[in-house]
Design a protein around this ligand. Structure first.
Ligand SMILES: Cc1cc2nc3c(=O)[nH]c(=O)nc-3n(C[C@H](O)[C@H](O)[C@H](O)COP(=O)(O)O)c2cc1C
Length: 361
């Protein structure tokens, strides 16, 4: 494969920013925001990772309706905006850049896990096969109710307001979460969308909410401060499509018209127990004309190769960034990596969160 004179460790221009390297810290839920408000502990965690070219801060509820579960943060109250300001200040103090991942969980929740105990909403009244462990016991997502046609503009408006709030909190931009089986993905993929109106049926109809959300978000932030996250074959939460190659070719073509800061693609299933669906990732990469960020099971060697050959413009790392706050420097020196402290990935407090050592301390 052809190579380029560009390295993972070089600066790169993304949207309106010059990032210090080609590494992205992927969005990761850590459930450490009591009352859904981020605070000093979260600021310390993200600030420790500021040497990533870009930090995508974890899935953050755009509204109470979009909140999947308690202790994951939101961006719909002034207290949350103030809390996130501490995080963005910490990242900027480390000369880093950070985008906030805008999240509406759609059907992937349960009334018991939400303030107000409201029933989840989704494109169609089809229950997710996923769930989560609450109070030590596993519990399935509840059956959602289908959004009424006249409720959809309200959902789009939540994304618009969340973007305004994220910028007020000091974020450099936002990432629209259109993957992993959450709300927008539920519209895109046909197993979860059986609507008979203009938001369901054809691929064009299933993509409609994505374009409306992007129009709203871009209208606030400008395309050069907006990224997007898709996961075409991540069968997470029972999400799937009868023809993902065709669907995501249409998505890529539509995205080309926006000139966004970047497209983050989860290449395959993130859960090794899930089935792998064949998909031509290199073709999607070629089809998309902007900055392509590759994700899922990348390590140092694969990332160096991907950037050198042009297979990706940037690489995003999830689990490696949990355990290695200075991942960019460790990769640069080819230094050993810290192991992941598994039981503390989703937990309370600083253990397994802010206590991973950097080189030299
Ligand atoms: C603890 C944990 C939380 C995650 N939370 C999110 C999230 O909030 N938003 C998201 O888009 N992906 C989330 N992911 C998926 C990661 O962003 C990433 O796609 C996945 O870990 C694969 O990358 P990796 O092999 O580098 O870890 C999460 C993954 C982990 C391990």
């Amino acid at each position: 494969m052809a190579t380029r004179d560009v390295s993972l460790f070089d600066p790169i221009d993304v949207g309106r920013y010059r990032l210090s390297n080609h590494l992205v810290m992927a969005a990761m839920t850590r459930n450490r925001s009591p009352n859904e408000i981020p605070g000093d502990l979260n600021a310390l965690y993200y600030g420790q990772r500021a040497t990533a070219g870009l930090i995508v801060a974890e899935s953050t509820a755009i509204s109470e309706q979009g909140l999947g579960w308690r202790e994951s943060p939101g961006i719909y109250s002034s207290a949350q905006v103030a809390g996130w300001r501490r995080v963005t200040d910490a990242v900027h103090a480390g000369r880093g850049h950070t985008f906030l991942q805008l999240w509406h969980c759609g059907r992937c929740t349960h009334p018991d896990w939400r303030p107000g105990n409201t029933q989840p909403v989704a494109p169609s009244a089809i229950r997710s096969i996923g769930g989560m462990t609450v109070g030590g016991a596993w519990s399935q997502h509840a059956e959602p109710r289908a959004l009424e046609l006249d409720e959809i503009p309200g959902v789009v408006a939540q994304y618009r307001q969340a973007t305004t709030n994220a910028l007020a909190a000091g974020f450099d931009g936002v990432e629209v979460h259109a993957g992993n089986g959450y709300m927008i993905d539920q519209f895109l993929q046909d197993a979860s969308n059986q609507r008979a109106d203009r938001y369901g049926g054809s691929i064009e109809n299933r993509c409609r909410i994505l374009w409306e959300v992007l129009d709203a978000v871009v209208g606030v932030a400008g395309a050069d401060r907006v990224g997007i996250h898709i996961s075409p074959t991540n069968v997470h939460h029972g999400i799937s499509d009868s023809d993902p190659e065709k669907l995501f070719a249409v998505v890529a073509d539509g995205l080309n018209g926006y000139g966004l800061a970047y497209l983050n693609v989860v290449e395959g299933a993130t859960d090794p127990t899930e089935k792998e669906i064949p998909f031509d990732w290199a073709r999607l990469r070629r089809r998309y004309r902007g900055v392509y960020v590759a994700n899922n099971n990348y390590d140092r060697a694969r990332a160096l190769e991907a950037v050198r050959t042009g297979r990706a413009d940037m690489v995003s790392f999830g689990r490696l960034y949990i355990a290695n706050p200075d991942l960019a420097e460790r990769f640069r020196r080819d230094a050993p990596l810290n192991p992941l402290n598994g039981p503390y990935i989703i937990a309370e407090g600083s253990t397994g969160y802010t206590d991973y050592p950097s080189l030299g301390n």
